[in-house]
Design a protein around this ligand. Sequence first.
Ligand code: FAD
Ligand code: EPU
Length: 341
Amino acid sequence: MQHDLNLKPFNTFGIAAKALYFSTFTDTQQLPGLLSAYPNLPLLILGGGSNVLFTEDFQGMVLRNEIKGIEKVAEDEAFVYVKSGAGEIWHEFVLYCIAQHWAGLENLSLIPGSVGASPMQNIGAYGVEIKDVFHELSAYHIATGEIHQFNNQQCQFGYRESIFKRALKNQYIIIDVTFKLNKQANLKTSYGAIQQELEKSNINKPSIQDISNAVIAIRQSKLPDPKVLGNAGSFFKNPVVSLELFETIKAKYPEVSFYPVSETEVKLAAGWLIEKAGLKGLKVGPCGVHEKQALVLVNYGGSTGQQILDLSTQIIEQIQQLFGLTLEREVNIIPTHESIL
Ligand code: FAD
Ligand code: EPU
């Protein structure tokens, strides 16, 4: 167990917060011992640290999941069932599956982080969410030490949501995830940018490898590489609003960017809202709003988490005033502030 460890290498925002205690684990059997070390201190399970913002030193124990291993556990005519340890790197797992010709994860290429965190917010990109390919997961129940299985329905997946962020928050450590992948590719190319990227390369009959390459190219063109510029991807969720509010906004801004959700609701592109508010490229001290993608907040170097949190509050207030809606943060704020706007 390490003491007063600087977490800067362990979060993609590059925030130099300290953990009072820190340890990695590679096997579930280590958990009872580790968890009994400081039972009264706050606990944080960390994967790749690509969806967290530390606003102060963490006065508790950080356990970093490094459980490895990828295994085909079953197959039938149409599907393979592939289990991955929670500590595998997501993008490496995706590339491994593509190399085996197992289809379904290609649109989710290059998302940072670990396999174990992927169900937490039901990661999604370019028309696919993990709920579309998720079979089940195993999780260690912190209170009892039992291993429980959760199927797709039990995870209660939603847009950037699962039961592990809501009713079961902080109660489980995800240890492995099993995906149901297709032997025959069922390509999802409806996302406009993927089509354009394939056309650019003159690809008419794309393979899953081609889709993966296209997604990687799109992502590299607009999302900052955390190794170069600290960030945690989209800082806010795209807000889902009533048709009524949508019509009001559209009357004023006919070019508003949106995705239809249902007959009564519409999802607005938060990046568009932030850009329209004149905040794209805004710099406040060492942090700011990314110049190419307004939904991404960045650390230009030396920012504290609090400075980024304050910037996000400023954005929420300005969007509220201009459009009459409240943006919700997607990134996990650590420690959890129940009282922040
Ligand atoms: P962490 O940041 O380490 O943890 C996130 C949360 O999950 C924390 O609350 C943590 O306590 C909890 N957690 C982590 N592992 C476990 C576990 N094993 N058991 C229990 N709890 C756990 N997300 C998308 O959905 N789509 C995108 O397109 C996307 N693009 C991104 C692009 C960039 C450049 C970046 C930096 C991030 C992006 N993200 C995206 C966000 C991020 O990659 C995902 O949320 C990812 O799943 C986080 O994985 P992680 O291992 O880094 O999680
Ligand atoms: N837009 C702007 N200005 C901007 C940014 C975006 O006008 O500065 C407009 C774009 O022109 C486009 C629309 O907003 O019309 C959507 O933009 P984009 O395709 O870049 O996607 P997004 O809605 O900003 C979401 C996810 C991403 C995911 C992409 C691709 C959320 C919160 N974000 O971003 O996920 O990779 O779609 O599917 O849903 C993440 O969660 O961290 C993340 C990066």
